[in-house]
Ligand binder design. Structure first.
Ligand code: PHE
Length: 453
């Protein structure tokens, strides 16, 4: 059976950027920024993305393209079977992320309908909304269904085609919303809050969050880019592609802050700026715009979020699917539906963890803390903030000491003529050998201890 591939360079970049740009950029990034001292967080985040993550992105794509295999098979193909635990960890992590991501995406999809119906009061009932379990399940299943449908059509006809339609629409919607947001009264206060740094807020916790956010947002450290990289041809310039993917991801995160903070500040609504920001505060803001405008802006906003989310869930689903297709020769259609249903089941505790079912909402208490946290947050702590940076750390160790930098350079130079001897080669090699393992390793250990103990 022929293995799929992307039909064009642009297709790959859109699909990989589509994976990167998701709820992480539009829902999580703005409130991380506001909790982390505004622009101070932003600067750290940019540093992590461009200095630390960039060489890891290049490495993942190179491993995938070299081997033309999934996240686990790639290590076997390079004859480093012992190291395939990095891929196994990645697949597990992808499954965990997708299990809660589908729940949140289900809330988003449900909100599209609420906004279309002009039900702005939903903002007061968010707690009840997420505990209306039948409703939540219904929308999560629907979201997973669309995701699986796209993945089942394969790389070029499914994933690439969806990205080519959804990504430009996403950018269009973002631009329209920014222009609208900037015309609102007092929007400038939001911009100031967003962009003027308060360096006194920087501490280890915030640095750990910024690192986790960088990895999560770039879809890095769990083999997604090994998988997508395996569908890329040798003419592709991996370094350029990695740069474009990083720019798209950081750019859209940044732009979504330009929508969100003007909205919040011009509405005058007090907010803690937590995870509920978008669900609890935004409908109120839309309501203030008047019924018709509110319905239009509100549904557009949640459609935007759904588009961003589905190009990410597609990539999350593709990681285990390509593993089954490559290694066990399971038919793509078959494996898509098996994996999708399994992940929906794994997501049930996350869906149930929003308050009504105390077992899941007070799921675990870390050492030295007296606040229990819910099941979904527990999964987020394990996957986003722990497994992803750890995976990135292991990949840099693997590339520099096991696979060897020479092989990385050979692979990159296939699509990048003067790569060898260039400054960028020296930089990438230096970075994956020294900077990344050192910084990733130490931040990982410190935040791990800090978070769980
Ligand atoms: N990057 C996605 C987002 O920001 C989430 C994601 C993580 C997708 C890991 C794939 C792999 O929402």
């Amino acid at each position: 059976m022929k293995r799929g591939s992307f039909g064009s360079r642009l297709g790959f970049i859109l699909a990989a950027s589509g994976s990167a740009v998701g709820l992480g950029n539009i829902w999580k990034f703005p409130f991380e920024v506001s909790n982390g001292g505004g622009a101070a967080f932003l600067l750290m985040y940019l540093f992590f993305c461009f200095i630390l993550c960039f060489p890891v992105i290049v490495s993942e794509i190179a491993i995938g393209r070299k081997t033309k295999k999934n996240a686990i098979g790639a290590f076997n193909k390079l004859n480093h079977r012992k190291w395939n635990f990095i891929g196994k960890m990645g697949v597990l992590c992808g499954v965990l992320i997708l299990s809660f991501y589908t729940v949140v995406a289900g809330w988003v999809l449900g909100y599209v309908i609420e906004m279309v119906n002009g039900n702005f009061d939903i903002s007061n009932d968010f707690g009840a909304y997420v505990n209306d379990i039948e409703n939540v399940f219904l929308y999560s299943i629907l979201f997973m269904f669309f995701t699986a449908l796209i993945v089942s059509k394969g790389i070029e006809k499914g994933i690439e085609k969806a990205a080519k339609i959804l990504m430009p629409s996403l950018i269009g919607i973002i631009l329209v919303l920014i222009i609208y947001a900037l015309t609102l009264p007092n929007s400038i206060d939001g911009i100031i809050f967003y962009l003027v740094p308060d360096f006194s807020q920087i501490n280890l916790n915030i640095a750990g969050n910024a690192l986790g956010q960088a990895f999560f947002s770039l879809s890095l450290g769990m083999g997604m880019l090994i998988t997508y990289g395996s569908y890329v041809d040798d003419k592709n310039n991996i370094v350029n592609s990695a740069a474009l993917i990083t720019l798209a991801d950081v750019g859209i995160a940044f732009l979504s802050g330009l929508i969100i903070f003007p909205f919040v500040f011009s509405s005058g609504i007090e907010t803690q700026g937590g995870a509920g920001l978008i669900f609890e505060v935004f409908p109120k803001i839309f309501e203030n715009l008047g019924n018709t405008t509110g319905i239009i802006v509100g549904s557009t906003f949640f459609i935007l979020l759904s588009f961003a989310a589905i190009t990410s869930t597609v990539s999350l689903l593709e990681v285990p699917v390509s593993y089954l297709v490559d290694e066990y020769k399971v038919d793509r259609k078959y494996s898509v539906w098996i994996v999708a249903i399994t992940i929906l089941i794994i997501g049930i505790p996350s869906a149930l963890s929003q308050g009504k079912y105390v077992f899941f909402s007070d799921f675990i208490t870390y050492f030295g803390s007296d606040q229990p946290i819910d099941f979904m947050q527990f999964i987020i702590d394990i996957s986003n903030d722990t497994l992803l940076p750890f995976g990135g750390f292991l990949i840099t160790i693997y590339v520099s000491f096991v696979w060897k930098k020479q092989n990385l350079s050979d692979e990159i130079s296939k699509g990048y003529l003067n790569y060898k001897g260039s400054f960028i080669e020296k930089y990438i090699n230096f970075s994956i050998t020294y900077i990344c393992p050192l910084i990733l390793g130490s931040i990982f250990i410190l935040t791990f201890i800090n978070k769980f103990f």
